[in-house]
Write a protein that binds this ligand. Structure first.
Ligand code: FUB
Length: 322
C-alpha cells in the first residue's frame, strides 16, 4: 500500500478507533455533520449525534462495509450534546463501546454501551461511568486480559478543569516550565462497566528523564490517546493539539512512565488530528483523518489509512504526507 486511502468517501467520519475482532478489522469513528454552529476553542462546532460502525477484511483495496447507526444521542438517558471520539473493547464475547458525551450541565463524561456483536447495535447504560470526565477514551487490552482506558483532552475536552480526579472551581492550564497536563490511564473493572481504581497521570519524560513541560507544544500531550504493543513494549501515541502533530512515547508497562520518541504524522489539513494504530494480517496501519475532501472545513473530516513501518530498533518511521 503506497498511498493513503480514503475509506468512506460518501460521508464525513473522524477519530478512527480500529480493532481486529473475529478476524475482521472494525472501525469506530466519530460521525461529523454540518451543524451550522460557529467554530470556537470549545469545539462546539463538533456537534455529532450518532455513531456508525465500519468493517473490512482487506485494508488496501477491500470494500468498506457500513453497518449503519449503532448508537445515537437520542437513545442515551443522560445525554446533553456532542458525541466525540469513541472506542470499543471485547471481553467474554461481549463488546463495550466507551463514548464521551456532554451531560445536561455541559460537562463531558464517559459513557458505556454494550452489544453482543462488534457490529452493534450498542445499548447504553443508564448513567455515565462513575468518576469519569473529559474525552477521547481509548481502551487497550494487555496480554494478560486486563483492560486499560486512556482518556483526556485539553481546551474543549475540559481536562484543565480537573486535578487529581477532582473537579476544580476554575480551570487551570499549566504554563511555561510547569509539567504539561497529562492524559489519564485507569484499569477497567472486571465487568467492563466502571473503573477498578483511581485514574493515574500518563507521564511522558524527555531525554533527561524530566516530565515534558507545558510550553513544549510540539511534544506534550493534548488529546487523542492511543496505546498499542510492539515487541513487548508499550507505545503511547497522541495528538499535540495546537501544533497538530501525532507523536509517541514508549514505556515498559501500561501505566508508564513513557519516554518521548518522536513524530508519527505531521500536521494534516484541518485543526484536529487523531489516529489509531493496528496490526492486521501481518501489516501495521495508521488510521487517521483530514479535511481535504471537505475543502478544509475543520469540522467535516474524512477517514484515511496508510501503512506504518518500524525500523530495526522498534522506532516508528514518520509518515510522510508530502
Ligand atoms: O471529534 C471531536 C474531537 O476532535 C475529538 O474528541 C478530538 O480528539 C479531536 O479529534
Amino acid at each position: 500500500m503506497n498511498t493513503p486511502r480514503y475509506l468512506v468517501p460518501g460521508d464525513y467520519m473522524a477519530d478512527p478507533a480500529v480493532h481486529v475482532f473475529e478476524g475482521r478489522l472494525y472501525i469506530y469513528p466519530s460521525h461529523d455533520r454540518e451543524s451550522g454552529i460557529p467554530e470556537n476553542d470549545n469545539g462546539d462546532h463538533f456537534d455529532m449525534a450518532d455513531y456508525h460502525v465500519f468493517s473490512m477484511d482487506d485494508v488496501a483495496h477491500g470494500l468498506v462495509q457500513d453497518h449503519g447507526v449503532v448508537l445515537k444521542v437520542a437513545d442515551i438517558p443522560w445525554a446533553g450534546r456532542q458525541l466525540w471520539d469513541c472506542d470499543v473493547a471485547c471481553k467474554g464475547g461481549r463488546y463495550y463501546m466507551y463514548f464521551p458525551l456532554k451531560d445536561r450541565n455541559d460537562i463531558f463524561r464517559i459513557g458505556v454501551a454494550v452489544a453482543d456483536s462488534p457490529r452493534g447495535p450498542f445499548t447504553p447504560m443508564p448513567d455515565p461511568v462513575r468518576g469519569s470526565y473529559s474525552i477521547d477514551p481509548a481502551v487497550f487490552t494487555d496480554h494478560d486480559g486486563a483492560c486499560y482506558m486512556y482518556f483526556g483532552g485539553l481546551w474543549g475536552g475540559q481536562l484543565q478543569r480537573y486535578r487529581e480526579n477532582k473537579a476544580l472551581e476554575c480551570a487551570v492550564l499549566p504554563q511555561g516550565d510547569e509539567p504539561a497536563l497529562p492524559s489519564r490511564v485507569v484499569r477497567l473493572s472486571d465487568d467492563m462497566l466502571g473503573f477498578a481504581e483511581e485514574p493515574r497521570p500518563v507521564v511522558i519524560l524527555d531525554e533527561d528523564g524530566k516530565p515534558l513541560k507545558a510550553a513544549d507544544n510540539d511534544r506534550r500531550f493534548f488529546e487523542a490517546s492511543w496505546m498499542h504493543g510492539y515487541q513487548g513494549r508499550y507505545y503511547f501515541s497522541y495528538s499535540t493539539g495546537d501544533t497538530h502533530r501525532i507523536c509517541y512515547a514508549i514505556g515498559d508497562n501500561p501505566y508508564g512512565p513513557f519516554v518521548y520518541q518522536g513524530l508519527i504524522l505531521p500536521p494534516v489539513v484541518g485543526w484536529t488530528t487523531h489516529h489509531s494504530i493496528v496490526v492486521y494480517k501481518g501489516r501495521w496501519y495508521l488510521f487517521y483523518h483530514d479535511c481535504v475532501p471537505s475543502g478544509g472545513k475543520t469540522w467535516l473530516r474524512s477517514l484515511k489509512v496508510t501503512q506504518l513501518h518500524y525500523d530495526d530498533q522498534g522506532r516508528i518511521i514518520p509518515v510522510c504526507e508530502f
